[in-house]
Design a protein around this ligand. Structure first.
Ligand code: M6P
Ligand code: ZN
Length: 196
C-alpha cells in the first residue's frame, strides 16, 4: 500500500474550523431523536430542528487515511442548548476495531461519558487544554454543559470505524441534566479531575 501523505492544517480553537478543512459530520435533532429522554421536548423542538453538532477534518491533497496504523484528527463543535433538561450531546459510539482515542478541549465546557460493556461508567469534564484518553473498549459520548460552543479535538486510529449499535440499543448508564445548581449526572457520578 502506498504511504499516506503528510497533512498540515490550521485549527481555529474557538470554532473548531480547520483550514483547509471540510465538514464530515452534521447532526440535527432529527438525526438523533432517540438520544433524548423527554419525548414531548423532542417533538416541540423538531419544528426548528436545531443543529446539535458538527465535525471537521482537514482537507489535504490526499484522502483522510483509513489504514491501520494511521491516525485521524477531527474537531467537533457541540452547540449550546438543551432538549428538555438534557444538554446537546453527540450520539456516542464504539470503535469497530478496538482502539483508543485522545480528546483535547479547545473552547467552551463539556463532559465526556465513557462506558465499558460491563456497565462501568466514568465521566470527566473537558475544558480548554485538558486531554482525556479513552482506552479501547469504552463507548464514548461528549456533552456541552456550558453556554458557549464546546469545541474539542479528537485523534484516533484511522481504521477504528464507528459502531453506533450498542449506544442505540442500550444507551449510556448515566445522563447529564441541567439542574437547579448546574449540570447534574443521574445517577450521580464522582467528580473526575486530573490526577493530583
Ligand atoms: C469526535 C470523534 C469522532 C466522532 C465525533 C462525533 O470528533 O469521536 O470520531 O465522529 O466526535 O461523535 P459521534 O460519531 O458519536 O456522532
Ligand atoms: Zn471514538
Amino acid at each position: 500500500m502506498a504511504a499516506a501523505s503528510p497533512l498540515v492544517a490550521d485549527l481555529e480553537w474557538a470554532t473548531g474550523l480547520m483550514h483547509p478543512g471540510r465538514v464530515v459530520v452534521t447532526r440535527r435533532l432529527s438525526d438523533m431523536v432517540e438520544t433524548y429522554e423527554d419525548e414531548a421536548a423532542v417533538a416541540a423542538a423538531l419544528g426548528d430542528d436545531p443543529l446539535i453538532y458538527e465535525a471537521y477534518e482537514c482537507e489535504g491533497e490526499s484522502e483522510t487515511p483509513t489504514a491501520p496504523g494511521e491516525l485521524v484528527f477531527r474537531t467537533t463543535v457541540i452547540y449550546p442548548g438543551t432538549i428538555g433538561d438534557e444538554y446537546f450531546m453527540t450520539y456516542g459510539h464504539d470503535h469497530v476495531r478496538p482502539s483508543g482515542e485522545v480528546y483535547m478541549g479547545l473552547a467552551g465546557h463539556g463532559q465526556i461519558i465513557m462506558q465499558l460493556q460491563s456497565g462501568e461508567v466514568q465521566t470527566a469534564e473537558i475544558v480548554p487544554g485538558r486531554c482525556v484518553y479513552v482506552p479501547a473498549g469504552w463507548s464514548h459520548r461528549t456533552i456541552n454543559d456550558g453556554g458557549e460552543p464546546f469545541v474539542f479535538l479528537a485523534v484516533y486510529d484511522a481504521a477504528a470505524g464507528h459502531d453506533y449499535g450498542a449506544v442505540a440499543t442500550r444507551g449510556f448508564a448515566a445522563r447529564l441534566y441541567r439542574g437547579p445548581a448546574g449540570p447534574q449526572w443521574s445517577p450521580p457520578q464522582p467528580t473526575t479531575s486530573t490526577a493530583a
